[in-house]
Design a protein around this ligand. Sequence first.
Ligand code: GRF
Length: 215
Amino acid sequence: MGRLKVGVLISGRGSNMAALANACAAPDFPAEIALVLSDIPGAGGLEIAAGRGLATATVDRKAYGSKADFEAAIDAALHGAGVELICLAGFMRVLSADFVGRWHDRILNIHPSLLPAFPGLHTHERALAAGVKVAGCTVHIVRPVVDDGPILLQAAVPVLDGDDAASLAARILAEEHRCYPTALRWMAEGRVRIDGARVRIDGASPAAGALRNPL
Ligand code: GRF
């Protein structure tokens, strides 16, 4: 069986895209990146992707008169590259319900919080302001509501007394780079069973123990 063809949508630096590309570079990884697409011309991640020999495209929202036309161009680029699964990786546009419906259960997103806490922007600042002791990241299937959808995988990290948004973001980002390739592997291996809001991963083991913070 061929490897699952993935389209990665970015708007910025593309570190999660790079983590996915690293995983896909292993010959036995069950997915490959068919296209890296940015809505922002010159996004840092485009250069990283091109440097790795990946196909890239830019679909600039400003070049389209309507959201529908913009999304049609994205759709065409993805289909043109043979994409079967989309990974949103710091893609800063909200996709319409139409688009999400056309790719039902075939769009993943990574978000730097333990959803459903702190959806949307300024996640780390809000987590610190709320005084949470544990933060983390979430990989989920995309539904039309922003940062909502069945959760495949979450990783938790402690919030430290001296944290600011940057230090907390860095600790979470390291986990993002581990979680996203893992979730992509599960999707590509056909091990993901979606039942309403709940997801079961065939053959995955539950984590042992708990993260308590502080001790
Ligand atoms: C990540 O924190 C991701 O969780 C969020 O946007 C950020 C993108 O960073 N959705 P990068 O472009 O992958 O480095």
